[in-house]
Write a protein that binds this ligand. Structure first.
Ligand code: MUC
Ligand code: MG
Length: 369
């Protein structure tokens, strides 16, 4: 079947957060994202969301729009929507730009699903229809973070929390984790994410100070570029040490694992789309390395993409997935908002990603760059 890509749009929009997320490498107050729309020749449109993370990958709303419209679109218009590997070969001649590439790829999968009238989850792997949800808790005072966790525990049934750490001195973060464990006992699972905020030595001390808190994972506590310090730290960690922003493509996964700089891998569809996320997943799974679906502070469209990919495979269904931080936003673009109940999010049955966007909301939040 041929079905040509006829047009690619990159639409910037801005939606404020009601609860801004603060973490060691930055803070997010407004979702300044790009809606990517890939048009097929039959009039169907594939859609995906690119959340720029300037402080992580160096992409901005303006750079994503520019690279999609100016560099990628001219190279892929005219290809069949099913020639995903050709699309990958062409866009990966350009290094970097993970979120621009990720959204383009997800929009193509969404379009393929719409053309075939099949859910993208079934095209990917069709393992299950739901994932347990993990919520990310941004920086605050210990009691406020406990109160917020309690609210998500009661309202949505969420039982897994990723605690942002990486502050200096590290004792404040240790106090937060201790307060959460004291409040919930063994009713919740906890893991931590440092966003490169600590040194190797502080990370080691913090992990020792939290040894009794039964943490599931420690994520990116110090920078992977501190090569020897990172390897030293990972070598002594008693829990899997997860690489996140240091693994924005499969080759980086290989380097970190071979180097002893990570023992678990976070998968974010926002930065590796579906096609490169498959490579990251299959590589990790084949090596016996655990993965979990993480959050790039996605809106609802990006969150649905994470659910579609994560639920399609057994390995990514084993751990709770970070699918809830869209709840911190004041509004979103979907006609029917996502739902979390009993700590789970369930797939929609429609073709592609299974969601539809509200044109009125797109016009309301659209901005000119
Ligand atoms: C995370 O896991 O690091 C913070 C920055 C970013 O790019 O994603 C978030 C969450
Ligand atoms: Mg992280």
């Amino acid at each position: 079947m041929t079905m040509k890509i006829t047009r690619v749009e990159a639409i910037p929009y801005a939606i404020p957060y009601t609860t801004p997320l603060k973490f060691a490498s930055g803070a997010v107050h407004v979702a300044e994202h790009i809606l990517v729309r890939v048009h097929g020749e039959d009039g169907l449109i594939g859609e995906a969301e690119a959340p720029p993370r300037p402080f992580t990958y160096g992409e901005t709303q303006a750079s994503i729009k520019a690279v999609i419209e100016g560099i990628f679109a001219p190279q892929i218009i005219g290809l069949s929507i099913f020639e995903r590997e050709k699309v990958q070969a062409r866009i990966n001649r350009t290094v970097g730009n993970p979120c621009a590439k990720g959204a383009l790829d997800i929009a193509l999968w969404d379009l393929a699903g719409k053309v075939l009238n099949m859910p993208a989850s079934a095209l990917l792997g069709g393992y299950t229809d739901r994932l347990r949800v993990s919520h990310m808790l941004g920086f605050d005072e210990p009691q406020k973070m406990v109160d917020l966790a309690q609210e998500f525990y009661e309202t949505y049934g969420i039982r897994t929390f990723k605690v942002k750490v990486g502050r200096n001195p590290f004792q404040l973060d240790v106090a937060v984790c201790r307060a959460l464990r004291a409040h919930f006992g063994d009713k919740i699972d906890l893991y931590i994410d440092g966003n490169r905020g600590w040194s190797a030595s502080d990370s080691a001390r913090a992990l020792r100070a939290m040894e009794d808190l039964d943490l599931l994972f420690a994520e990116e506590l110090n920078p992977a570029d501190e090569v020897m310090g990172r390897r030293w730290l990972v070598g002594q960690s008693k829990i899997p040490f997860c690489a996140d922003e240091s693994v924005s493509r499969p080759a980086e996964v290989v380097r970190e694992l071979l180097d002893g700089s990570a023992t678990a891998i976070s998968i974010k569809t926002a930065r590796t789309g579906f096609t490169q996320s498959q490579r990251v997943l299959f590589l990790s799974e084949s090596l016996g390395v655990e993965t979990y679906i993480a959050n790039q502070i996605d809106g609802q469209l990006g969150t649905m993409a994470s659910l579609v990919f994560g639920s399609a495979y057994r390995a990514t269904s084993l751990h709770a997935a970070e699918l809830s931080n869209y709840l911190d936003m004041s509004d979103d673009l979907l006609t029917e908002p996502l739902q979390i109940a009993n700590g789970e999010m369930v797939l929609r049955n429609g073709p592609g990603l299974g969601v539809t966007l509200d044109e009125e909301k797109i016009s309301r939040y659209r901005i000119d760059l």
